[in-house]
Design a protein around this ligand. Sequence first.
Ligand SMILES: Nc1nc2c(ncn2[C@@H]2O[C@H](COP(=O)(O)OP(=O)(O)OP(=O)(O)O)[C@@H](O)[C@H]2O)c(=O)[nH]1
Ligand SMILES: *[C@@H]1O[C@H](CO)[C@@H](O)[C@H](O)[C@H]1NC(C)=O
Ligand SMILES: *[C@@H]1O[C@H](CO)[C@@H](O)[C@H](O)[C@H]1NC(C)=O
Length: 483
Amino acid sequence: MDRRSDEFLLGESPTREAAYDDPESPFIPTFRAKPMASVKGRKRPLRTICIVLVAVSLLSFGVVLLKPLSYLDIDFEKAAVYPATFNSQSYVQGPPTQRFRDNLRNDTKYITSWISAGWTNDVMTYGNLIYLALITERIPIIAKFIPSHVDNSAPPFAFGEVFDVPRLSQAIKSPIIEWHEVKDSESEVLDDLGCWSLWESVQKTQSHPRGSFSLNWLKLDVSWTRTPDWVKLTAPGVTDSHASFWSLATLGFPEARANNLQSTNYPSPQHQVSLPPDDQLLCFDYLYYMGAQNAWEWESDYGPTWRFVGQHMRWNASLESLANEHARRAMNVPVNEPTPPYISIHIRHGDFRNYCNDVPLDQCFASLPVIARRVAEVQEELRTQKGIEVTQVIMTSDERDPEWWSGVRALGWTWVDYTTERTEEIYGKWYPVFIDAVIQSNGAGFVGTHGSTMTTLARRRVESWHDGPTRVVKWGSPNADDH
Ligand SMILES: Nc1nc2c(ncn2[C@@H]2O[C@H](COP(=O)(O)OP(=O)(O)OP(=O)(O)O)[C@@H](O)[C@H]2O)c(=O)[nH]1
Ligand SMILES: *[C@@H]1O[C@H](CO)[C@@H](O)[C@H](O)[C@H]1NC(C)=O
Ligand SMILES: *[C@@H]1O[C@H](CO)[C@@H](O)[C@H](O)[C@H]1NC(C)=O
């Protein structure tokens, strides 16, 4: 059992610094904490409390929509607990408007923030935003995903087409709205907005707010006000970019807001207007680096965003069934047979080579036999702990080298061939990464790559959703994964 693992510290590389300097570049945390114990399902006594809470929050929001759930076929347990759903339409004035403000309800407070990294990091950022919404009792407004590792020509992709928003909303007992429900995606109006920027309070490399292409898509001209330095999670001298959830939360309430309005303000870049941070629509530049008590809490068992939000971010059913079809074809499952349990693997290569420094690639990345040893451990755990014999193995990876894939084939493993499937032509450029993420998450067990957030999320999903065994393969030197 590899529940104990030492922290894997990759050396600082010039590339990492370069990525860090570029606000539009993804950045991977290199300090990874220990693997978590699996998050257990909700206990029965909690159900009564849940029902009461749902009732109370529904009443306080004033709307009870008696619409049957659309995902009853996915999770009967949870579906049965929640009798009604939050209708996002009830938390705006009406259909999307040209100016976002015309669509906000004057009796409601909102919160928003934006993204600027790889897709998984962006998923985590939205998770953090929703968690901050919960503790400030505000309604989160979520923008579309925008491409970074994915081809730049891929159009923005709605959060609700990746995740099941009604289900998430019910699980966390809060409405969630998407930006395109508030402001018309075709609007030509450039809206002024005052927001807090925490980027300069948490890191010293850049002396400007964190940028995001989302602002261009949403046509927002933001006047930023610097957050006070006490939002930083760690001591001023510590080089770490995390802010603390509750420090930011205080700014969502009148006292801390009023006491910190005198901070540096940047006029909006286009209209050159100086605005204080908006009180109705609380907004922050970037919420990827957030923690309650420590940095990188998505890695920890107690991590609040995973516990209160992330685990409830289940896939949109259409996407999930599309991924299931791809997985079935990869495993050659006959039409009339159910999808067999499989072990999913995520091997992150691509730009991770930049962390190898002087170590040759074939010695830096974990070899296939090293990965196979981890797969065997997962197989063994499934056999002994759950009594299931899992022989199907599906590889997902950003590796492009055909020789490497031949090696995968030689091990008797399979993968989705997106070229033969013509997935991008048929569905769009976003789909290979979405489908791979769904396939990873639905493994009976999972093997991933140390240092990749895509692995982190897959691992947590397999542990929470399927109670499956997981392993994370270390790399960086020839014997990195010895154990
Ligand atoms: N289709 C596919 N894409 C992948 C895979 N692994 C990585 N990628 C691409 O590379 C990106 C990795 O960025 P993130 O999702 O943020 O996760 P990460 O591995 O922590 O990488 P960084 O962003 O560089 O920190 C993904 O979003 C994908 O676009 C994979 O197995 N399949
Ligand atoms: C709030 O909005 C409602 C409905 O749009 C309107 O009737 C009411 O007068 C507004 N209240 C205030 C304080 O502006
Ligand atoms: C899932 O995504 C599809 C579009 O792919 C959308 O029509 C549907 O409403 C989404 N499902 C939910 C529950 O939001």
